[in-house]
Design a protein around this ligand. Structure first.
Ligand code: DAH
Length: 487
């Protein structure tokens, strides 16, 4: 087990977008964790949990904890004067002011209040996330039960909105991921998702002679395009997508910004890229994007429509003895117009961007109710550059209390389970959990880990006793729930 754990840490800590970036063959470690967390979950008795007024029955898959459920419905991105709301307003305005439809109305419709409770189908299947993908594991996502979960990304609504007939939209929302505890990771954060579809006519409208240009062909999948897309369509889409996002980045960070595109993988787009921007001398990954897999645009309703049409025309068809292939072709003709588009999409984490733009040093500050933090943003014009003044807020004033915890871990122990447990016991009072020692006993072959837990209150100093109470509770629950043996 030792080697895979090290590999997992490296990949996982890397970045938030990394969760959906993994190719299926990179999932082997998490699959072990999948089952470890699964067996831990099995022992829990069935209960009801209520999220946003709806009640769900827990089952063997439930791993969402009360501290996380407390955050559902807080909607920081909708809270006036909150830095996430300021950033949301800037992004929204950028799209409203730069993209119009033919009636001069804003092109992109905005959805910012869709419930974060989604089905596994919405979060994964509708986006072609493979069955054994890392993001589906119990150690990476928050499950309400085997059917429902807290969305791990705003992409979860893409398929539904496309199916409903929209061709340009932005979705803002809170997303939930089980992750490590440190200054830039929090199990709840916010994303904006954008998508735009083009018909053949729209995509080639700026080309001088578009007569021979087509969106689709029956070709081969290549690094630059999907099998059903023509090269000219794929290239024009890439240009459209990249220029849209470069303009957004320039608007947010200022003109003259250095940017770079890095090719990557997402299950729902091909080709896929990440945009990095150079900010204060460092390359910062800001978003993931790509050309939507064509299969996602062929919505289920279209298939249903085909079946209905075939059925309706059965009498006509059987009268003329048209065979089965022609029946399908005929039905497809009726539905053309719905699958005649090609689309791009992007996803961007708001906290990471706001921390950079406003110089916010710790992700927990977004959840602070403290006026010292919020008053710096309240009443601000979203266009005015604001810099958070660390000195004005006690975040660095109160010293941390550092306690280490060493234990023998059982087989298939998941590091994320431990981070999650600490977060559940200590909430915002924990600043960081860090694995500082990991060794295997040469004789017994048992594995021991030592975690350094940094406790820090953002509004007062902790006493040693207060910290000891939390630390002992962490040790007790880790023994009971995760099966570790304290050393
Ligand atoms: N949903 C991805 C994530 O959270 C981000 C993303 C990548 C969204 C590519 C997209 C996209 O729409 O095309 O990791």
């Amino acid at each position: 087990m030792a080697a895979p754990i090290v590999r997992f840490n490296f990949l996982h800590v890397y970045h938030r977008l990394a969760l959906f970036k993994h190719r299926p063959h990179e999932t082997f470690v998490t699959l072990c964790q999948f089952y470890s967390s699964e067996s831990a979950a099995r022992q829990k008795p069935e209960q009801n949990i209520t999220v946003l007024g709806n009640t769900y029955k827990t089952d063997s898959w439930t791993n969402v904890r009360p501290k996380i459920l407390e955050k559902v419905g807080k909607n920081l991105h909708l809270k006036k004067g909150h830095p996430l709301n300021l950033l949301k307003t800037r992004i929204e305005k950028h799209f409203y002011e730069n993209y119009f439809n033919r009636w001069r109305n804003p092109l992109f419709s905005v959805y910012d209040n869709i419930s974060p409770v989604v089905t596994l189908e919405q979060n994964f299947d509708s986006l072609l996330v493979p069955e054994d993908h890392i993001s589906r594991s119990l150690s990476d996502s928050y499950y309400i039960n085997t059917k429902y979960m807290l969305r791990a990304h705003t992409s979860a609504h893409e398929h539904d909105l496309i199916k409903s007939g929209l061709d340009a939209f932005l979705i803002f929302g809170d997303v939930y991921r089980r992750d490590h505890v440190d200054a830039s990771h929090y199990p709840v954060f916010h994303q904006v998702e954008g998508a735009r579809l083009f018909t053949e006519h729209q995509l080639f409208s700026k080309v001088r002679d578009p007569t021979n240009l087509k969106l689709f062909e029956e070709g081969r999948r290549e690094p630059t395009k999907q099998e059903s897309h023509t090269l000219e369509a794929a290239k024009l889409m890439e240009f459209e997508l990249k220029s849209t996002l470069e303009n957004l980045a320039a608007d947010l960070f200022g003109k003259g910004l250095e940017t770079k595109w890095v090719e990557t993988y997402f299950p729902f787009t091909h080709p896929s890229w990440e945009l990095e921007v150079k900010f204060q001398g460092e390359w910062l990954e800001v978003l993931g994007c790509g050309i939507l897999e064509q299969q996602i645009l062929k919505s289920e309703s279209i298939v249903k429509q085909c079946v209905t049409l075939i059925y309706r025309h059965k009498i006509f068809i059987s009268y003329f003895k048209i065979d089965c292939v022609w029946q399908v072709a005929l039905a497809m003709c009726y539905t053309a117009g719905a699958v005649d588009s090609i689309g791009w999409a992007f996803g961007l984490g708001l906290e990471r961007l706001a921390m950079t733009l406003y110089d916010i040093p710790d992700i927990r500050l977004f959840w602070s109710e403290d006026s010292g933090f919020l008053s710096q943003f309240e009443g601000s014009d979203h266009l005015k550059p604001i810099k958070y003044k660390e000195g004005a807020h006690p975040v660095s004033k109160f010293s941390p209390c550092i306690n280490d915890l060493s234990f023998w871990i059982p087989e298939n122990f998941s590091e994320n389970d431990f981070h999650d447990l600490v977060r559940n016991v200590c909430g915002e009072y924990v600043e960081q959990v860090k694995l500082i020692d990991d060794f295997k006993h040469p004789k017994t072959k048992r594995q021991s880990q030592c975690y350094r837990i940094v406790y820090r209150h953002m509004e007062k100093s902790f006493t040693k006793e207060e910290v000891n109470v939390m630390h002992e509770k962490v040790a007790k629950l880790a023994t009971e729930e995760l099966g570790v043996e304290i050393r």
